[in-house]
Each structure stands twice: as C-alpha cells, then as structure tokens.
Write a protein that binds this ligand. Structure first.
Ligand SMILES: NC(=O)c1ccc[n+]([C@@H]2O[C@H](COP(=O)([O-])OP(=O)(O)OC[C@H]3O[C@@H](n4cnc5c(N)ncnc54)[C@H](O)[C@@H]3O)[C@@H](O)[C@H]2O)c1
Length: 251
C-alpha cells in the first residue's frame, strides 16, 4: 500500500474518472473524501465495503463557503489533508459548437467550475498542507489544451488555465514542500462519455486513430499516473503536466 495513512480529497468523485480515482487511492490505503454536487455515497459504500475509509461531502467547487466546509470536514473526520485531486469539471454535458455561439454566461459558468474551482480548493486546503510542511495537489487538465480541439473553446481554455495554474501553484507552494502536478487525459470512456453517442463509438474513432496505442481509453488507464503523483515516488517532481492519452499528444 503506497498511500497508507494518507487522506485524499477528490472533487467530482461521485462518478466517472473521479470515482475511479477515489477507488484507486483507497486501494492504496488512503482515506477518501468524495466531494461532488452529485451523490457520492455509492462510491463511499464501494470503498467501505472493500474495507477502506471514506465519506461523502456535498461540495460545489465554485462556491467558496462550500469548499471551506469541505476542507474543514476532511480535517474534522480524518485529522488532516495530504492529497487534493482537483477533478470536478463541466465536461460530459458539453455540446460541441462554434465559439461564436457560446454565450457569455455559459463561458462564465464553465470557468467558475473548471478554473476557479481548482483555485478555490487549492486555497482552502493549502493552509493545512503548509502547516504540515507536506502535501500533494493533482489537477486534472485535458489533452484538448495541447491539441487545440475545436468546438469547445471555453472548456479547452479552462484546461489550458489549469496547466498554467499548476505551474504557478508549484512555485508558490514549493517552499512549503507541497508539490503540484497535473494529469492531462485523452478522451476517456467515463460513464457519461461512453453513454453519449456524440463522444463515443464512431464519434471517438478519429481520436482513437490519432493515438500510438489505438484503443479506447478507460478511467483506470489514468489511475497509475494518479497514484504515482500522490505517492512519495514523485516527491521531487512539481509543476508538471503528465499527458496520459495513449500517445496522441507527444510533448
Ligand atoms: N472523459 C474525458 O474524455 C476527459 C478527457 C480529458 C479530461 N477530462 C477531465 O476529467 C475530469 C472528469 O471527467 P469525467 O469524464 O469523469 O466527467 P464527468 O462529467 O462524468 O464527471 C465530472 C464530475 O464533476 C462533478 N462536478 C461538476 N460540477 C461540479 C461542481 N460545481 N462541484 C463539484 N463537483 C462538480 C460532476 O457532478 C461529476 O461527478 C474532468 O476534469 C474532465 O474535464 C475528461
């Protein structure tokens, strides 16, 4: 167990990639706080059913008071916060469209979750990590930021912001021994994506063919990188974005 005794918050942990992250961290011995606007209790039940420790904290990452409550709840229940996974985002519900058709309030609503959300969460947990002189923040970006994928300018821009935020946070938190890295997944068949013909099956084929490894990507393809970044194995690595996409983007 590589994360025995650690405490991890996973935002957007109720389903999809976030749920896979919660279960992978729990398998390595971490205690998990499942933070989501959706009900995370089924994920908690799977973790506790397998002998792990977890609880669900209803959290809106775009709401500062809600995020402050999340950090406090984590410390009250588990005593500390070692790992923050900033995974929550508006993605699966997006419909591709020209940037000319994106309304201003739609842009602002997405940025509030995808870009301000990770900032709110980092700001809420960092004081605990600084006091402990130890911590891991793992931001979930997207390969779309490197590819410049068309049809979702607000989303791709938000993920480019996450890459930049990762670098800046790494510099600000480095003196406190808190490391900050990001994972940029390729198109991944989380439930909501796999169930949507606009993203899966035939629609996913051009993406699959752009990879060195030409198959669908599953949430569990991302958990190895996540556990590595959460563990001491990556202790001298910070400010980096690991692209995990079967070799579509090569940087
Ligand atoms: N699936 C992909 O193809 C893919 C590719 C690259 C990056 N990503 C990123 O991976 C992450 C997870 O993607 P997914 O496919 O599992 O998506 P998903 O939509 O299934 O999961 C996102 C989760 O975030 C939660 N969430 C949304 N708004 C929230 C808020 N305001 N506060 C708290 N929780 C909120 C949702 O309820 C959901 O549980 C996202 O950051 C996404 O951008 C996904």
């Amino acid at each position: 167990m590589r994360l025995s005794g650690k405490v991890a918050i996973v935002t957007g942990g109720a389903r999809g990639i976030g749920a896979a992250f919660c279960e992978a961290l729990a398998r390595e011995g971490a205690s998990i706080v499942v933070a989501d606007v959706l009900d995370g209790q089924p994920v908690v039940d799977r973790i506790t059913g397998a002998g792990g420790r977890a609880f669900y904290c209803r959290t809106d990452v775009a709401d500062r008071a809600s995020v402050t409550g999340l950090a406090q709840a984590a410390v009250e229940v588990f005593g500390k916060i070692d790992i923050l996974v900033n995974n929550a985002a508006i993605f699966a519900s997006l419909v591709k469209k020209s940037f000319l058709d994106i309304e201003s309030d739609e842009w602002d609503g997405l940025m509030a979750v995808n870009l301000r959300g990770p900032f709110e969460c980092a700001r809420a947990v960092a004081p605990f990590m600084i006091a402990a002189k130890s911590g891991r923040i793992i931001n979930i970006a997207s390969g779309t930021a490197f590819k410049g994928v068309q049809g979702m300018l607000h989303y791709v821009t938000s993920k480019g912001g996450v890459v930049a935020m990762t670098r800046c946070l790494a510099r600000e938190l480095g003196p406190h021994n808190v490391v900050v890295n990001a994972i940029a997944p390729g198109l991944t068949m989380s439930e909501a994506i796999a169930d949507n013909p606009a993203w899966s099956g035939k629609a996913a084929q051009p993406t699959v063919m752009s990879r060195a490894l030409q198959r669908d990507q599953a949430p569990d393809d991302l958990t190895g990188a996540l556990v590595f970044l959460a563990s001491d194995e990556s202790a001298f690595m910070t400010g980096q974005t690991m692209v995990v996409d079967g070799g579509a983007v090569m940087r």
